[in-house]
Design a protein. Sequence first.
Length: 132
Amino acid sequence: MKNEALQNPRVIVIQKLYSHHLNKDSEITFPKHRYKKFIKDVVNGTIERKELIQNLIGGELKKYINENKTELMVKLMIMAAIYEFMFMHKTPVKVVISEYLKVADFFVQESQKGFLNVILEKASKVSRNENE
């Protein structure tokens, strides 16, 4: 399971975002991976669009997310998922949500998965216009 999780592109995305969060000046490297382009796009996109994503969280999702109480890992998953909702329209919402819930198994306690699920459902509605 653990090795499989380490190969999950979204697990790698969260690890990259986490290390960037800890050291903003460090260069982000992307090792060979079959989904390298996807990983790179989501990591760089989430970082580049951080302000836009945080505005959405601070606006539309404010009543669901307590910035001070929400664990960093959960925040990073929410941000990466919002990036995908907003900018990667080929990936269905349900896929994005279920993938980040799988990622959550790796980083957070079971009790936080329900919270993450609710937030991602809400985030998908406010960040992706399904009628495009």
